[in-house]
Design a protein around this ligand. Structure first.
Ligand code: CTP
Length: 217
């Protein structure tokens, strides 16, 4: 089994010393990489800037990138060779329209930044997903969670979508624990209890491999 996994945030440069980013730590994605490797799968982990060491397993190849564009290029290279795609990265939806060559100096009382849309890695790769490939996305919503997650599943051609709960203490960015619900294309919702990200990763990998086997065996 070959797995492509994206993880962590992306950093979008503004000038040589500044960037736009987000609070993703990569913990969930790295835990998934370890959990897939523990089943004997070969993993290409495409990681944005995180403080975590690369997973120790020799089955995991870690490719470090910074921007959404770099993450897309690395993912596009690995995607045709992978059986399962897991998009756990918190990709910046927009980047600064221009990157200043020199540090931007302080000037007026306000500063307006122009942003342009980044490539949607999951949606773009989803368009070339082959029948025997299986894609898993993540969603983080604050309103109408299930409806938005269901919409993302279809829009990005996912087979499963993992919905992060923001309402529960101990879930999401920066925490060592997480609570998620998984939605499938049939509209079924599976709820996972609050648990350590490492434990949850094993449970999610078992579910993904099980669904993959059921559909493509
Ligand atoms: N994703 C991606 N590339 C992007 C944005 C998102 O690959 N440029 C992936 C994420 O890794 C995740 C899924 O798409 O698996 C959903 O990400 P999310 O940010 O929730 O979705 P968006 O399409 O950005 O929708 P919105 O921000 O409008 O909720």
């Amino acid at each position: 089994m070959r797995v492509l996994l994206t993880a962590g945030p992306t950093y979008e440069p503004l000038d040589p010393v500044r960037f736009l980013g987000n609070r993703s730590t990569g913990k969930m994605g790295y835990a998934l990489a370890e959990a897939f490797a523990a089943t004997g799968a070969t993993v290409t982990l495409i990681s944005g800037p995180v403080a975590l060491p690369p997973p120790a397993s020799p089955l995991v190849t870690t490719v470090r990138v910074e921007t959404a564009q770099q993450m897309y290029e690395a993912a596009a290279q690995a995607a045709p060779l992978a059986d399962i795609w897991v998009f756990a990265a918190a990709v910046a939806d927009y980047r600064p329209a221009t990157v200043a060559a020199e540090k931007i100096k302080k000037a007026g009382e306000t500063l307006t930044l122009e942003l342009v849309k980044n490539v949607d890695i999951a949606a773009t790769l989803g368009q070339s997903k082959r029948a025997e490939q299986f894609a898993v996305g993540f969603a983080l919503e604050t309103t109408d969670e299930l409806a938005h997650a269901q919409d993302k599943l279809h829009r990005k051609n996912f087979d499963l979508v993992v919905l992060n709960s923001l309402r529960d203490a101990g879930a999401g960015f920066g925490h060592d624990t997480n609570k998620v619900a998984v939605l499938d294309r049939a509209g079924q919702v599976l709820n996972f209890e609050l648990q350590a990200k490492s434990e949850l990763a094993h449970a999610l990998v078992a579910l993904i491999l099980n669904r993959y086997a059921a559909v493509y065996a």
